[in-house]
Design a protein around this ligand. Structure first.
Ligand SMILES: Cc1cc2nc3c(=O)[nH]c(=O)nc-3n(C[C@H](O)[C@H](O)[C@H](O)COP(=O)(O)O)c2cc1C
Length: 126
């Protein structure tokens, strides 16, 4: 499994929020999450977010299982100017019990579950 490292790790450490894109019946579905809520090092190549709502995201992932994340920060140098973005693609699922839910509930006891992203590829954009 791929990891978020190098420049992409810098971007994810600097960003305030992350876009979460899944595929719905009517096209792409957008959700977001705060970086400070994100568990980047829960396991090698696995990212976990606590979820409260995310019902549509959960349904989409049940059907296609594909997810993309996008984060960016002006604090990280791009190839030509200040500012870099990183996209992450992989598989995802929402789980409501087990080790990932236990992990997110250590910080967010009210979470109904966890969005688990298994990283397959990372790519800078700028
Ligand atoms: C920066 C940011 C942070 C968010 N944080 C949360 C959150 O902590 N919990 C949550 O349920 N939704 C959060 N949302 C809202 C979700 O993106 C989204 O609107 C909804 O929860 C996803 O539900 P859906 O998959 O049913 O559309 C956040 C959105 C943004 C833009």
């Amino acid at each position: 499994m791929a990891r978020i490292e190098g420049v992409c790790r810098e971007v994810f450490d600097a960003t305030e929020w992350v876009a979460i894109i899944t595929q719905g019946d009517d096209g792409p579905h957008l959700a977001g999450h705060w970086r400070s809520f994100m568990f980047l090092d829960v396991e090698d190549g696995v990212i976990v977010f606590p979820v409260g709502r995310f019902q549509q995201t959960e349904e989409n992932l049940r059907k296609s299982g594909r997810v993309q994340l996008l984060a960016a920060s002006k604090k990280v140098q791009g190839s030509r100017s200040p500012g870099q973005g990183c996209e992450v693609s992989g598989s995802g699922e929402v789980v409501t019990a087990g080790k990932y839910v236990d992990a997110v509930r250590t910080k967010f006891p009210g979470a109904r579950g966890a969005l688990v992203v298994r990283v397959e590829n990372t790519k800078t954009q700028l």
